[in-house]
Write a protein that binds this ligand. Structure first.
Ligand code: MOS
Length: 689
């Protein structure tokens, strides 16, 4: 398959509207006669609502409704396998900090906010369980995304005991919140039993299904529209309480209702990466060849639902060790239900595993890259399958060359730049290449122009661009003649934009539809003409399908202040066919920046006695800014994959966010000789004697 236009670094189709402010994000959508809803959220992490006093709020002019558990319509808030349980004002229980407890609707946003500030809620507080260390409610989940949650191959404990070199370490990662620039936002309008919703979501199809279930109306009665997203990072993958609350409020007041979360509410009912404590044990011979790996993950979930941070999944398949154990245990705490965040599992898991590999490299006296090559998995060690393609060696080599790895003096604290300590570190990146079912229609108009239609959404990653590129290539048309329509459930259904599977899934559908259209045109059929494809999910075929990469970091650390500066990061990635080198590079760089945040900045802090979040804002919750980033480049390692799917695409969304924190953490160790195993690496941890 020769697809010359595909892969070209063409500009985003939506670039101009985004930089000029013309793109309408959900909260920008102005509908006639809209009212404004504001959530009131709990001020305790566990207990009951004793009373709701909304007299003053209701008496304000321009206040249309105050909903609480006392008067909210009854709806179906419980969760199921595919949907999180929600907080929809159905009872007086409070289960986490910032849980929605009331919704105020007003004629204006200001009026609604003011009225919300006047709602007085009295609580009967109970002592919350605030950490996984103190939680006694622990259990082993059965599965994670269809994978068994715990796996053992061989006899890891015996192999560990017998190993010449043993590394046993505990790594931990904090609660992290997604913090996209765009807050969650929903606009809901009812017309009889029909509901139209504008939503900032990674999955319009799921929002549609979930709202239909909550309000017990047919799925066809719900239309969901999402034209642009200002970041999601997994946080907009779930359907959260505010979406249904906006629809509930709209039904009560008989008006269109717009509900936008405040920044502090972005730390409430909309998910986060759970805290993890990860025990890793590596057993190796004197040459660094692994005989055993054990990775036991403890993470938190809420008291009312389940989410597993799948940090151990990567450990099953990354290195060729004969004896392996990975386990996952959950501890219930009084916090909201966690969710997918920026390579859930793989980001936190590679931090632990790749940090431990660095510790093994030092213990064995072997270069970090050489250690990885000695344990290189030629076939998937977990299921024995051949990889559909794997160019990880090439990634190591290219990344090492670009960062200047050969200049590295391996001894900790041996390299300096003036008075600053200099360090270099590296880690492996990997993310599974999955494909889920997706549909697309490609239509040629009488004038020869083409429109591609699929109910996917623009996560900010290039969805308007790459599918048009793909169709233009197949139909041999200039790109200007092809337009993408997405973000509306009236279009053919497409999956959640998550799991790095969108390009593979929607791309396969567009490829099939465009190819069918081309064949019909070649047979002499005339436009207007359209072809539809319903591409099937493909999990677990004959091959093991994963994308790989290598991450490198160069840091400088102030020895007196403990301040870490990431001077350079290099990523080299092999992820099959790249649809657009420009948008792919952007995604890789974004993932690498997430690694800086994970390694050095991001941490949601909870008050240990109240369970309340104390830094629920962008002043207290730090994310990397431009000055934190330094120089950064992502290199694409060419890779053809004839097996993964018809277009050979593995997906790039999350790959860059894996291994990046470990590369920085190992660079910090190299610079300072201090091994910080508890993220984030803050100055005070480095300065501890
Ligand atoms: Mo991604 S964290 O699967 O949206």
């Amino acid at each position: 398959m020769n697809l010359p236009l595909v892969g070209a670094a063409v500009d985003r189709a939506d670039g101009r509207v985004k930089v000029t402010g013309a793109a309408r994000y959900t909260a920008d959508v102005a509908l006639p006669n809209a009212a404004y809803a504001v959530m009131v959220t709990s001020e305790i992490a566990r207990g009951r609502i004793a009373s709701v006093d909304a007299v003053r709020a209701r008496s304000l002019q321009g206040v249309l409704a105050v909903l609480s558990y006392e008067n909210a319509p009854r709806v179906r808030a419980e969760g199921n396998d595919n949907a999180f349980a929600l907080s929809l004002l159905q009872d007086d229980r409070v289960r986490y900090d910032r849980e929605p407890v009331a919704v105020v609707v007003g004629e204006s946003l200001e009026r609604a906010h003011h009225a919300a500030s006047l709602v007085r809620i009295a609580y009967e507080a109970q002592a919350p369980v605030t950490s996984i260390e103190t939680s006694t409610d622990r259990y082993a989940p059965e599965e994670i995304f269809g994978h068994p949650a715990s796996v053992t191959r061989g006899d890891p404990e015996a192999a560990l005991s017998a190993a010449a070199i043993q590394v046993r370490r505990v790594y931990s990662t904090p609660v992290e919140h997604h913090n996209p620039m765009e807050p969650h936002a929903t606009i809901a309008s009812w017309d009889g039993d029909r509901l139209t919703v504008y939503d900032a979501t990674q999955g319009i199809t799921n929002v549609r299904k979930r709202l239909a279930a909550i309000f017990e109306i047919p799925v066809e009665n719900v239309r969901v529209i999402s034209s642009f997203l200002g970041g999601g990072f997994g946080g907009k993958g779930g359907v959260w309480s505010h979406v249904a609350l906006a629809a509930m409020a709209a039904r009560v007041v008989g008006r269109t209702v717009k509900l936008v979360l405040t920044r502090p509410q972005m730390f409430g009912s909309v998910g986060y990466r759970p805290r993890t404590i990860q025990a890793i044990a590596l057993g190796a011979d004197r040459d660094g060849r692994l005989s055993a790996i054990a990775h036991d993950v403890l993470s938190q979930t809420s008291v009312f639902d389940e989410f597993v941070e799948s940090s151990g999944l990567v450990t099953k398949m990354l290195y060729a060790a004969p004896n392996v154990r990975t386990t996952h245990t959950l501890a219930r705490v009084n916090a909201a239900t966690p969710t997918y965040m920026r390579a859930p599992g793989e980001a936190s898991g590679t931090f632990a595993l790749e940090s431990a590999m660095d510790e093994l490299a030092y213990a064995a006296g072997i270069d970090s890259i050489e250690l990885r090559l000695r344990n290189y998995a030629q076939t998937d060690p977990d299921d024995g399958k051949e990889f559909s393609s794997k160019h990880l060696r090439e990634c190591y080599a290219l990344g090492a060359e670009k960062i200047g790895w050969s200049e590295r003096d391996v001894r900790p604290r041996s390299m300096r730049n003036g008075r600053l300590l200099l360090g270099m570190g590296m880690a492996t990146a990997t993310y599974p290449a999955n494909r889920v079912s997706a549909s697309a229609v490609v239509r040629m108009e009488a004038d020869g122009s083409v429109v591609v239609r699929s109910g996917t959404q623009d996560l900010g990653t290039g969805s308007y661009t790459v599918y048009a590129q793909l169709a233009a290539t197949i139909l041999e048309l200039p790109l200007e003649r092809v337009r993408m329509e997405l973000g509306d459930t009236d279009l053919p259904p497409a999956p959640l934009s998550a799991g790095s599977w969108t390009a593979a899934s929607v791309g396969s559908a567009v490829y099939e539809a465009a190819s069918a259209l081309r064949d019909r045109l070649r047979k002499g059929e005339k436009a207007p003409l359209e072809a539809r494809a319903d591409a099937k999910a493909a999990w677990g075929g004959r091959y093991s399908t994963h994308a790989f990469g290598a991450q490198f970091a160069r840091v400088e650390v102030d020895p007196d202040l403990g301040e870490v500066r990431v001077r350079a990061m290099i990523g080299a990635f092999a992820a099959g066919r790249i649809l657009n080198r420009k948008t792919a590079r952007s995604q890789y760089l974004g993932g690498m920046v997430f690694g800086i945040g994970m390694a050095l900045h991001e941490e949601t802090r909870f008050d240990a006695s109240t369970g309340r979040i104390v830094n629920a804002n962008l002043a207290g919750y730090l994310v990397p800014v431009n000055a934190d980033v330094g120089s950064m480049e992502a290199y694409i390692v060419e890779e053809e994959d004839a097996h993964v799917n018809p277009i050979g695409v593995k997906g790039v969304g999350e790959l860059g966010a894996t291994g990046s924190a470990a590369a920085i953490a190992t660079a910090v160790f190299h610079a300072t000789g201090v091994r910080v195993r508890d993220l984030p690496i803050t100055p005070e941890k480095l300065l501890q004697p």
